[in-house]
Design a protein around this ligand. Structure first.
Ligand code: SAH
Length: 221
């Protein structure tokens, strides 16, 4: 990844502050050094509004406008760690939002595809990818249909919650691939990891409780 000088930051966005976040994630059970290193490298403060930049290295979700949030770093780390367990090449994210999760995946050297239903969020995320020199393929669409022309994917991350898994996404998963998604309603969700077996079945593991914004239908500008 090519980082521009302004990405290095100072004060509340300095390397020391980022290292403290990484240590906290380590203390809270994140073990994959590749993932921790990506979190150390990707400037999260450039994925939120300037007014929130000083809070960017707290382990908390933050608003990004349009009623949406950038996920909590621990959740990003946990989902990424689950995905890295299958040595993926090509990955799909549903719910680009700020673009931060996609940037973490790109920093890990993965071939990233991401889909967002809110056009304005996607436009801003694309600018961030460009200015950080990150190679991410993105599309403005209802992510519940996935991205069938570019599948199958070794891993699919869904970063918005639905009461049930979306079948179309399971179909776009390669054999041995994993789908990581929050499943549940507004108040109670579990992070679920499904792995596609050679016979096509999806074997499920529960990774614990999480809170995500809802997966909605249709597109908006
Ligand atoms: N991964 C994001 C988190 C964004 S929050 C980040 O790193 O910042 C969830 C995002 O999912 C929101 O931007 C929301 O607009 C989007 N979303 C919700 N339903 C969707 C759908 N059906 N298709 C695509 N994106 C969707």
């Amino acid at each position: 990844m090519r980082l521009q000088p302004e990405a290095i930051g100072s004060g509340m966005t300095s390397q020391r502050v980022r290292d403290r976040l990484v240590q906290r994630l380590r203390d809270e059970g994140i073990r994959d050094e590749r993932v921790l290193n990506a979190i150390r490298t990707v400037p999260r403060h450039l994925f939120v509004d300037e007014a929130l930049a000083t809070r960017a290295y707290e382990d908390t979700a933050l608003p990004i406008g349009h009623g949406q949030t950038i996920s909590q770093p621990w959740v990003v780390a946990r989902m990424t760690e689950a995905l890295m367990s299958v040595a993926p090449g090509r990955v799909l994210e549903i719910g680009t939002g700020s673009g931060y999760q996609a940037a973490i995946l790109a920093a890990l050297g993965l071939e990233v595809h991401t889909v967002e239903r809110i056009g304005e969020l996607l436009r801003v995320a694309r600018k961030r990818f460009r200015s950080l020199g990150l190679n991410v393929r993105s599309k403005h669409d209802d992510g519940r249909i996935g991205w069938p022309e570019n599948g199958p994917f070794d891993a699919i991350l869904v970063t918005a919650a639905a009461p049930a898994l979306v079948d179309a996404l399971g179909h776009q998963l390669a054999t041995g691939g994993v789908l990581v998604a929050p499943v549940g309603g507004a108040t109670s969700q579990s992070l679920v990891m499904l792995q596609k077996q050679p016979d096509g079945r999806l074997q499920s593991h529960d990774l614990g409780p999480v809170v995500f914004v809802p997966l909605l239908s249709g597109m908006v500008d």
